[in-house]
Design a protein around this ligand. Structure first.
Ligand SMILES: Cc1cc2nc3c(=O)[nH]c(=O)nc-3n(C[C@H](O)[C@H](O)[C@H](O)COP(=O)(O)OP(=O)(O)OC[C@H]3O[C@@H](n4cnc5c(N)ncnc54)[C@H](O)[C@@H]3O)c2cc1C
Length: 608
């Protein structure tokens, strides 16, 4: 390890997700309290090596609490909320804002100290690092699939974004046809991308066009509908009468997977592997396990609305939503660790119902509805004890399994290490047979190519990550844990140097997260990225929507349809908020049909 590193994340009591600053809005409003905080990491424990990091972290948390107290926004416990929401990730927060925008009284309870979960950001030594996501869909200006733009607008917010000319540069394995490896760029302009791919596979030109055009059929249908709850038949019927062709198109694709369509048009085995990585890079499963509806959305929105990066970092989305929520009377309560979902006992023919939540510190929040933004495994098994596990959840565990977590490398690098014309997002596969293995695929994001304000002058943020199971990191003492982190970082940097020569020597800052970090700071079981099908799914019908079989309890986020990714999670939140508004009687429904339709939906899913 070079002596140039200013931080190696070597302080065992603190890792990269123990973010150093409270939300920007609070800092702006309360500079007098917060100014000390902003300087704190660098002057005291910013190097993570002084041995006092635990004390400093505690101090930072206390200071954040002091800022919040000064704002005087603690959520009261002596009222019944329309919705009590567990978790301030993009799923929980977006649900809250869309409910508050319709006049509902909501509180969001977050275990950590800032909003956004996997889509938050943290500051270190002049760098603003995105926790996870940097490739943002859903920021388009037109159509209906621009869900992030719409979620913000519904609470009076908008963010300035920078258009990304290239969604991903793929660096793929060598083959007889591509002896130097396959280099494909997904350009913002659809025609440019199809041309680039067709040049690499000239014999498949027609098939490539047919496959991606079929994705456009799905996308155009989705993009003409208002995207709300697919569990609400009144809305579905309304959309059907307004856009019958679009609805019938979606019905056609509802049960299909992308691999089936790919093989319909394409024969070349390497090109089929390319379609696999196109799916894997966001769904973490190959094309055969990725619903066609999801692929249609992702493969086309990147050209239609484009990939756009929010100025100030991805965490600005959650911070802006939080502001919008509070302006509408909603509450976000931090350091609120929900221990259990409180159930009203069953009486006569009425089943047991979720009526509140209890925090670790004993506080109880009561709600007409309870929404969990935690993963399925944290919700059922921890917040709802295993002995109360509904049958449908047991079936879910048969259909889906946990995706691995990630190793994440948040690096600050000297600017001149990046090659001329470097793009923001890179995906590297060295061996197709290892694509799905732990550490098999390397992901890189360099968001400072789009927003240079996120790092000190003359540097870039270089965020690399790769899938990893938590099991390999269990039971290590802190010395061994740190040793493994250093070793794995050096290994990964060495692999990256084949594409970014000189990366190791150019690294001036680094902080490393493991699956344990994700588990601890994102509060996700095993640090998992989310659910992945354990067998071929029935297209989109296998994934649960927002209602659960416990009355009053809803789920939102990447454990619900349509799955992982920020725009997908926001879609799930639009559905969740809509369904809750209908169930609360704040929006109309079709009483008899509603229950019958949902029973049918549940039955299909349980058999999928
Ligand atoms: C490394 C990485 C890279 C990624 N890259 C991209 C990308 O480029 N583009 C993209 O679109 N997506 C990307 N994603 C995926 C995307 O970030 C996630 O799918 C999405 O942010 C998940 O949102 P969520 O609301 O479902 O869950 P989370 O973000 O996990 O939020 C859940 C929240 O609930 C809180 N919580 C949990 N349990 C409790 C409890 N008991 N009490 C109180 N609070 C609790 C957690 O602290 C957390 O804040 C990436 C993810 C990772 C990890």
């Amino acid at each position: 390890m070079g002596s140039t590193y200013r931080s190696v994340g070597a302080c065992s009591c603190r890792s990269h997700l123990s973010r150093s600053a409270p939300p920007a809005r609070l800092l702006r409003k309360h500079q007098s309290i917060a100014f000390g905080l902003q300087g704190l990491p660098r002057r005291t424990c910013g190097q993570g090596r002084c041995g006092k990091a635990g004390r400093h972290l505690r101090f930072k948390i206390q200071a954040v609490a002091a800022v919040r107290e000064a704002v005087g926004r603690h959520a009261p416990t002596d009222v019944e909320y329309d919705a009590v929401i567990i978790g301030c990730g993009m799923g929980g927060l977006t649900t809250a804002t869309q409910l508050a925008a319709e006049g509902a009284k909501v509180v969001v309870l977050e275990k950590y100290i800032i909003p956004g979960g996997s889509a938050g950001h943290f500051k270190r030594d002049g760098y603003t690092f995105d926790v996870g996501s940097s490739m943002m869909f859903g920021f388009g200006k037109e159509g209906t699939t621009n869900l992030i733009t719409r979620a913000l607008a519904n609470v009076g917010k908008a963010l300035t974004t920078v258009p990304d000319p290239c969604q991903i540069q793929y660096h793929l394995p060598k083959s007889s046809e591509h002896p130097d490896g396959l280099d494909i760029k997904v350009w913002r302009r659809y025609e440019d991308f199809v041309e680039e791919l067709s040049r690499a596979f000239p014999h498949e030109r027609a098939g490539i066009k047919k496959l991606y055009d079929e994705c456009w059929a799905v996308f155009n249908a989705l993009n003409s509908l208002q995207l709300k709850s697919l569990e609400e038949p009144r809305y579905l019927l309304g959309e059907f009468f307004k856009h019958p062709l679009a609805c019938l198109t979606l019905v056609k694709y509802m049960t299909g997977n992308t691999g089936d369509y790919a093989r319909k048009y394409i024969r070349d085995p390497v090109l089929l592997r390319f379609i696999d990585i196109e799916c894997y890079c966001w769904s973490t499963v190959p094309a055969d396990f990725t619903p066609m509806i999801n692929a249609g959305m992702v493969f086309c929105d990147r050209h239609y609305g484009g990939i756009n990066y929010p100025v100030g970092g991805v965490g600005r989305i959650a911070e802006s939503l939080e502001e919008g929520l509070q302006e509408r009377g909603g509450f976000v309560e931090y350091k609120a660790n929900v221990r259990e979902i409180v159930m009203e006992p069953a009486t006569g023919s009425s089943p047991s119902r979720a009526v509140g939540v209890r925090l670790n510190d004993g506080r109880v929040y009561r709600g007409k509805t309870i929404v969990s933004n935690a993963t399925r495994w944290d919700t059922f098994g921890k917040l709802v004890p295993d002995e109360q596990l509904p049958e449908s959840e047991a079936k879910f565990r048969g259909r889906y399994t946990k995706a691995p977590s990630f190793l994440t490398f948040h690096l600050g690098v000297k600017a001149d290490v990046l090659p001329e014309g470097c793009h923001c997002h890179h995906i590297i596969v060295e061996d197709w047979n290892k694509m799905e293995d732990p550490r098999g695929t390397l992901f890189v994001s360099i968001p400072t190519l789009l927003d240079p304000s996120l790092s000190p002058p003359g540097t870039h943020i270089f965020h690399a990550f790769t899938p990893e199971w938590v099991d390999d990191w269990k039971g290590l003492d802190s010395k061994e844990y740190e040793r493994r982190k250093v070793q794995v970082t050096d290994d990964i940097i060495k692999r990256l140097e084949a594409y970014f020569p000189g990366l190791g020597a150019a690294t001036v800052f680094r902080e490393v997260g493991t699956p344990r970090t994700h588990r601890r700071f994102l509060n996700r079981m095993d640090g998992s990225y989310g659910p992945i099908p354990s067998r071929r799914p029935l297209g989109m019908l296998s994934m649960p929507f927002n209602r659960t079989s416990i009355p009053g309890l809803y789920c939102v986020g990447d454990s619900t349809f349509p799955g992982q990714g920020v725009n997908a999670v926001v879609f799930s939140a639009f559905g969740c908020a809509h369904r809750i508004l209908v169930d609360l009687g704040m929006q109309p429904k079709l009483p008899v049909i509603d229950e019958g339709y949902n029973a049918l939906l549940g039955a299909v899913r349980d058999r999928a």
